[in-house]
Design a protein around this ligand. Sequence first.
Ligand code: AMP
Ligand code: MG
Length: 518
Amino acid sequence: MESLRSKKYKKDFVNTFDGDETGDLKPRQTPGVLYSKAIPTPVERPELLAWSEELANELGIAKPTDQQDIEILGGNFITDTMYPYAACYAGHQFGNWAGQLGDGRAITLGEWELANGKTWELQLKGAGPTPYSRRADGRAVLRSSVREYLMSEAMHYLGVPTTRALSLVATGEPVLRDMFYNGNAAYEPGAIVMRTAPSFLRFGNFEMLNARKETDNLLKLVNWTIDRHYPHLTGEDKVLLWFNELVERTASMVVEWQRVGFVHGVMNTDNMSVLGLTIDYGPFSFLDNYDPEFTPNTTDLPGRRYAFGKQPSIAYWNLGCLAGALLPLITKDQLLPALETFKEIYWKKFYAMMGNKLGLDQVKATDIELIKQFEETLSAIQPDITIFYQLLIELPLFMRSEEEVEEHFRDSFYSDLKPEEKGALYTLISNYLERLNTNTIKRQDSQQRMRDANPRFILRNYLLHQAIEELEKGQNTLFQELQEAIKHPYTAKYDQFFAKRPDWAGQKAGCSMLSCSS
Ligand code: AMP
Ligand code: MG
């Protein structure tokens, strides 16, 4: 274990690529460079609110023991070997080309080397302006920092590929936010998350170099990404192999989102990781009731581009943007077929995942109909999806009537079933039981498969909302409970949270709908 202040940080990225070294934080375009030096702006009173013990142990980072380490986590102290920078990237936002964006409030301090020689970027989010802050302040509020801190860790424990969060620090400074863009700006407490990942490179880093016709930089960045993060890919066609693998990783990531009911909320290409990690936690949500049209992002209305059910097609669209950015390096004839594999890969993984959720021994061609029937019936009835699958695990093998089926799933319903819905659910469950009868695995193995695929605890938005309200009043009981609960999503250990979203949270700001204003 090494302390944050005594570590010798690596800076391979800044040593490899051209950057703007002036340290000037004035907002501007930065053609020709991949990053700009950006020293965090000090904050008044950094106070450690949370520390991810297990992640720190994995990375070999010693827990802060005194104020000096906390000053690092708050952006007040930079060690000799750090080189703080903001990365320059572009992106497509809500389907439109947005040009240069960049890390407007994220600053990478350095690369933390592990015993195995691999490195993880340590990045502060909310540490003050960078040249990419445009008209914004480079800060983050407590509310959004708590959400990113807890949710990225929750996703990790759910088994979903994600960036991680090491610490949550209150800044002791207020931040002005107009949460719903309605002219009601108010001061909120500020906070900083230290997040970490092998790399925070996004599709948008590559799109920017292509848009600027910096083909040498583009080739260099692609080679760097492959050599460092995909070292098993070698040879003349390694760029194509990389794209193929990223298509597969992205498909896997989205299948995992669909498995646990996660809605990202802002799948712009600047929020898509080239390692296939869930990145940039903003107006995200888990589904409570099963509504494929649900988007948690107020900015995403009325189009609902980033709704739960659209995530696979948006991932494909985003990969298309990346493919476009790679055209100077590989031909369209090579890229297009690679891009087109997305659908086949996605559906194959999706059906396999659904087979596990349903406890099937294998997914046969005839099971596809059953899976579609689940989708249709659940979309119509919209039960609480987490509770529904938990009840499905315990389904008695003989169900005689519509009433019996309705009774079994009652705790998952948000409203009474209409007669035709009762009928549809009964037909679905009868078909399912018939299929379970043909399973070649034991019932308890099938149930175990379901327990492993269906989370019992999810970090619902209303729970986050309550924890944040408490924290803003200086109480951390619920926050700490949630910090533990996220580590046991597939068990009944935290069953005090095994409940539907309460009525009051259905329409409440911050519980159902969120804005990007964070
Ligand atoms: P997001 O939608 O959170 O991915 O952000 C889109 C862009 O806006 C990125 O370039 C962010 O760095 C930038 N951004 C968002 N919030 C802020 C902020 N408070 N200060 C500076 N830049 C920001
Ligand atoms: Mg972003």
